[in-house]
Structure formats: C-alpha cells, structure tokens
Design a protein around this ligand. Structure first.
Ligand code: 4NP
Length: 160
C-alpha cells in the first residue's frame, strides 16, 4: 500500500484534480498495489469547501468522480504519507519549510517532474484566476503526469 498526497496552494483546483485523476486511473488499471490518496493545501482559506466548479465541470464531462473537501496540510501528513507531490515550485518550497524533520523532505517530490513534456518546468500553472482553457491545460498536464506515475508504479520503478 502506498499513501500519496497531492499538495497545491488552495486545495480546490490542481491537487484535488490530480488526486481524482490518480484515483480514477488506479481503479481502471490492473495494479497489484493499493493506494490511499488525498490532497491538501498550503492555505487554510478554502478549508471545508468542495473543488472549484471548473474542476468539477471538466471531471463531470468525462464521468470522473470526485469526492473532495479542502483541507490544509498538517504536520502529521509528513509521517503518514509515502509521497507528497507539490504542484508547483512555490508549493515545494512551502512544504519543505513546513516539514518538521529534514528526512521528511525526501518524500516531497515535484509532481511535474514526472511530466514527459515538462520542458524543464516543475510548475503546474495556477489556474484559479484564469479561464476554463487554463483549467483544461492543467487537466491535460495532470492527466499526463498521472499516466506516467501509474506506469512507474506498475513497473515498480522508483520515484526519484
Ligand atoms: P489551487 O488554486 O492552488 O490549484 O487550489 C488556487 C486556489 C485558490 C487560491 C489560489 C490558488 N487563492 O488564492 O484563493
């Protein structure tokens, strides 16, 4: 069993989308390993809210379920989760600053490091103040990364 946590700034756009896509792919893949999947935010501002309506719309159009209540990352998450994926460079810095112990930092990975088309950028752009097209771009990035991550888990390849 692997426990994976996706982390963005508000926990209403990028990380809940990544978690929903990951969960969906796990359920539709022939994986021998099981997962516990969640997402969290750096900010507490949206805690208790569902995902952004634009995320819900894109998932609804594809019949991909989501069951999300926003929450802030907490100290206990560092011990509990095996992998903590940061959705952008700033999130990565914030998570590492918040990590209570230095050895937890090995668990913190750039989500987009696993994007075959990343062109050197480890940032999934923040779509919050953008249009549905910006959300579609984020969806496509998350889809590519999740696909690649699932393949790595299938092959038993280490995530580094
Ligand atoms: P997310 O997007 O980090 O992908 O959930 C954001 C949501 C809300 C805010 C920023 C980013 N905000 O500033 O309220």
């Amino acid at each position: 069993m692997y426990k994976v946590l996706f982390v963005c700034l508000g926990n209403i756009c990028r990380s809940p989308l990544a978690a929903a896509l990951f969960e969906h792919r796990v359920l539709n893949s022939n994986l021998k390993v099981t997962f516990e999947i969640d997402s969290a935010g750096i900010l507490n501002y949206h805690a208790g809210k569902p995902a952004d309506e634009r995320v819900l719309q894109l998932l609804r159009e594809r019949n991909i379920p989501i069951n999300h209540v926003a929450r802030r990352i907490q100290v206990e998450d560092f011990d509990y989760y095996d992998y903590i994926f940061a959705m952008d460079e700033e999130n990565y810095e914030s998570i590492n600053k918040f990590a209570p112990l230095k050895n937890y930092r090995a668990k913190v990975l750039h989500f987009r490091k696993f994007d075959p088309y990343n062109q050197g950028s480890f940032t999934v752009p923040d779509p919050y103040y953008g249009s549905i097209n910006d959300f579609q771009l984020v969806f496509n990035i998350c889809d590519d990364v999740v696909d690649n991550l699932i393949n790595k888990f299938k092959l038993g390849e280490p995530l580094t």
